[in-house]
Every structure is written in structure tokens, then in C-alpha cells.
Design a protein around this ligand. Structure first.
Ligand code: PLP
Length: 430
């Protein structure tokens, strides 16, 4: 097939793939532009088939903490490949991976590997239900936990952008036990618990949501949530698919100093290969098959390629903890630059940052909940995105996402991004 250009590929793709893409946000629908098709990634850059080179702030939505085609990752991959792609039987690398995660997360006494974040959260909910013998669970408005049926209620990212809080094809009966609360509001959780006394299995939360844009919780909200769930015998599940090993080596659990009962992982722990994991207290995880009655399995789960790349990533992070200081410094540099531009131009735009996660909302602040997020102007973001793209900066093609820092971004990249940010905002408002 001739790889002419992005527009051409998109036209062909639309004939064979729904919407021409394998994940909805890639269609660039909310930024009113045809998608770009990627030729290759290298370091901090992504190259499209049209011959453009971009500074990449998508980072494959989080996994690429060392940038594209990193040489150490490449070596780990080749080393793994030399031993065969998959066995369907246990191998040592899976044990090492489980131990690595468990060492970083005291909450994860036992860990089960799966193949995506979606599988991790789906299985964690099943486990919590199986363990407690209860069906109901609480999630928060604007938090995304993958696309399994019972979690696809008022979630973030694509479902926010496309204004489809739930999906067709999800039976009402399947979501009747999903209770939605307001992020950062312990009252809403207390009320839900009071109304469903003794019937709630779990609370699942993105401790620092990245899927409605970055909306940090207050320390108090996190502490109250832990205390309340403990008191009520409700299993607290942290969905750290984004935040795990990104905010700190022990993720949000470490930065907020809170020990949940279960944790879900994905993204970074596969180093760019499809992966997920869920873990938790030993008594809870002991209900998972073959030990207990909660069935969960996977043909390719714990496959050696993902384990090698993932473990390589985790060990590099573990042995170079100043990476976290560096990532945060980079996000802070952007935050300060963006805020200065915004105030110089006298605009109503809000920049939210937590550690190395940062995003921008086209509306005044503060942005503390999904309700606040909904005020943001999508059309403005679309213009901003296109103006930045013209300047060879690739942002998430949707407002309700984070910008992801990596180790290969330089101060030159960041300062160029800040300069372009100002130009783009001037352009929008002229
Ligand atoms: C990406 C993400 C998921 C889903 O992971 P997939 O690998 O895309 O299935 C779940 N939870 C959060 C917080 C995520 O960001």
C-alpha cells in the first residue's frame, strides 16, 4: 500500500476501520482536524507520513517515560525476543515483575498481570465484589477506568469529549450497581454510603485524574476517603494506570501517603507494550483463581516481551529516582511559562498541575471537579491545538487529557513550547 500522506491514509482507513482509527480520540474529532498518521518516533519527536516532525507531548498517552525508541528499551526488547515471544506458561520474569511492583507499593502484597488497564480495573472490581459478596461500587464523575461495561459511566477522556457519558450496548442492568460520586467531595461519598448502607463493595478512583484533564484531589479528600472506606469495610481501589510509577516510584499512593486496598496499573509498567496489572492485600487477592472463586485469566498475560520492557522501565526509574524531580521540574517550567503568558495576555485560562502531570482548561479556575471541567471551551482548545501543531508541537487531540513529560524533553523544547503557546493564544484572540 502506498503511504502517500495522512489524508490519503485516513480515507482508506475509514473503509476498513470504524472511523479510521483503533481508539476514538485518535480521530482528532474534538480538534476539528483530520488525524495525522505516524511514520516513526525518535526521542522526544514523532514524525508523520507527511514529513513533519513534532515535539511529542502525547507519549503514547503515558507509557513512554523515556521517549521514543530509547536504546536501552530497544536492547531489552531484543534480548527478550531472542528467547521467544510468548510461552503460555509461567516464567521467572513474571515473578520479578510482581515482586518489583509489590516492593514499590506496600498495598500490593500480591499482583496479577493482565494485558490492558481496562482488564486491570474490570478484574479489580470483580475481585472486590467477589471478596465482599456485594455488588454495588462507587466511581467518580470524570474518572476513566477503561471501557468495560460497568465502568463506562460518566467517565472521562473520549467519553467527555464526545459528550457520551455512557455507551450504547451497555445494558441498564449492568450499570445499576455503579454509583457515581463527585470528585473531591467527601459529602457525596458519605451520602452514597448512607443511601446504600452495607451494600457497597468498593470505591474506585483515579487518585489524580488525568482523563478529565489534570484535576488534583485535596490531601484531605484522600485522607477522608481512606478513613471512610476503612470504617465501612469498603475496598478502596486506586486506579494508578496513569499515575503509577509516574508521580513517584510508589505513585499517588506514595505522594499522598495513603495505602489503598487494591491498585490497578497499566501504561508505564509495560514500557510501551500492551499491559496491565492489579494487586492488593493478600486476603483480597487470594480470592482470585486458581486460589479462590473469582475467575480471571489471560492467554498472553505476563507475556515475556511486555515483562522485559516493563521491568526494564521500572528498574531504571527505581535506580534513578531523581528522574521524578526532573520530570516535575519540566512540568513546573511549562506551568510557570503558560501562566505568565496567560496573565500577560489577560486571558481566562486555567493551568492545573500535580507533580509531572499538567493540563490546561479554556475557562477560569479553580478546576477541582468534573463540574468545573465542563465549563471549559472545546472550540478554543481545537484552535489552540491546531496553532500548536502548526508550530510542530503535538498535544493531546482533546482538552481533557494531560501533557506527559519524559526524560528526553530538553529545556529548549520546553521554552520553544512556551513561546509557541503565547503565539497560539495571541492568534486565537486576534
Ligand atoms: C488508560 C487508562 C485506563 C485504560 O487502560 P487501557 O490500557 O487503555 O485499557 C484505565 N484507567 C486509567 C486511569 C487510564 O488512564
Amino acid at each position: 500500500m502506498e503511504r502517500t500522506n495522512s489524508n490519503n491514509l485516513f480515507e482508506i482507513a475509514k473503509n476498513f476501520i470504524p472511523g479510521g482509527v483503533n481508539s476514538p480520540v485518535r480521530a482528532f474529532g474534538s480538534v476539528d482536524k483530520a488525524p495525522i498518521f505516524v511514520e516513526k518516533g525518535e526521542g522526544a519527536y514523532l514524525y508523520d507520513v507527511d514529513g513533519n516532525k513534532y515535539i511529542d507531548f502525547i507519549s503514547s498517552w503515558g507509557p513512554l517515560i523515556f521517549g521514543h525508541s530509547d536504546s536501552e528499551m530497544r536492547s531489552a526488547f531484543i534480548e527478550a525476543l531472542d528467547k521467544g515471544v510468548t510461552y503460555g506458561l509461567p516464567s521467572a520474569i513474571e515473578v520479578e515483575m510482581a515482586k518489583e511492583i509489590s516492593d514499590a507499593y506496600p498495598a500490593c502484597e500480591m499482583v496479577r498481570m493482565v494485558n490492558s488497564g481496562t482488564e486491570a480495573t474490570m478484574s479489580a472490581i470483580r475481585t472486590a465484589r467477589g471478596y465482599t459478596g456485594k455488588d454495588k461500587f462507587i466511581k467518580f464523575e470524570g474518572c476513566y477506568h477503561g471501557h468495560s461495561d460497568c465502568l463506562l459511566v460518566k467517565s472521562g477522556s473520549g467519553t467527555l469529549t464526545y459528550n457520551a457519558p455512557t455507551s450504547l450496548g451497555v445494558p441498564k442492568d449492568v450499570i445499576k450497581d455503579t454509583i457515581v460520586c463527585e470528585f473531591n467531595s467527601i459529602e457525596s461519598v458519605q451520602n452514597a454510603i448512607d443511601e446504600n448502607k452495607g451494600e457497597i463493595a468498593a470505591v474506585i478512583i483515579e487518585p489524580v485524574p488525568g482523563n478529565m484533564g489534570v484535576v488534583p484531589p485535596t490531601q484531605k479528600f484522600m485522607e477522608d476517603l481512606r478513613e471512610l472506606t476503612k470504617k465501612e469495610g469498603i475496598i478502596l481501589i486506586f486506579d494508578e494506570v496513569i499515575t503509577g510509577f509516574r508521580l513517584a516510584y510508589g505513585g499517588a499512593s506514595e505522594t499522598f501517603n495513603i495505602k489503598p486496598d487494591m491498585v490497578c496499573f497499566g501504561k508505564i509498567i509495560g514500557g510501551g507494550l500492551p499491559v496491565g496489572a492489579y494487586g492488593g492485600r493478600k486476603d483480597i487477592m487470594s480470592i482470585v483463581s486458581p486460589l479462590g472463586g473469582v475467575y480471571q485469566a489471560g492467554t498472553l498475560s505476563g507475556n515475556p516481551l511486555a515483562m522485559y520492557l516493563g521491568l526494564k522501565t521500572l528498574r531504571r526509574l527505581r535506580d534513578n529516582k531523581d528522574i521524578y524531580t526532573d520530570l516535575e521540574r519540566k512540568a513546573k517550567r511549562l506551568e510557570e511559562g503558560f501562566k505568565k503568558n496567560i496573565s500577560d495576555l489577560g486571558l481566562e485560562i486555567t493551568v492545573n498541575r500535580y507533580r509531572s502531570m499538567i493540563s490546561m482548561f479554556f475557562t477560569g479556575g479553580p478546576i477541582d471537579s468534573y463540574k468545573d471541567v465542563q465549563r471549559a471551551d472545546n472550540e478554543m482548545y481545537g484552535i489552540y491545538f491546531r496553532e500548536m501543531l502548526k508550530r510542530n508541537i503535538l498535544l493531546a487531540p482533546a482538552q481533557f487529557e494531560a501533557m506527559f513529560m519524559n526524560t528526553v524533553l530538553t529545556d529548549e523544547h520546553l521554552d520553544y513550547t512556551i513561546k509557541s503557546h503565547k503565539e497560539a493564544l495571541v492568534e486565537i484572540n486576534s
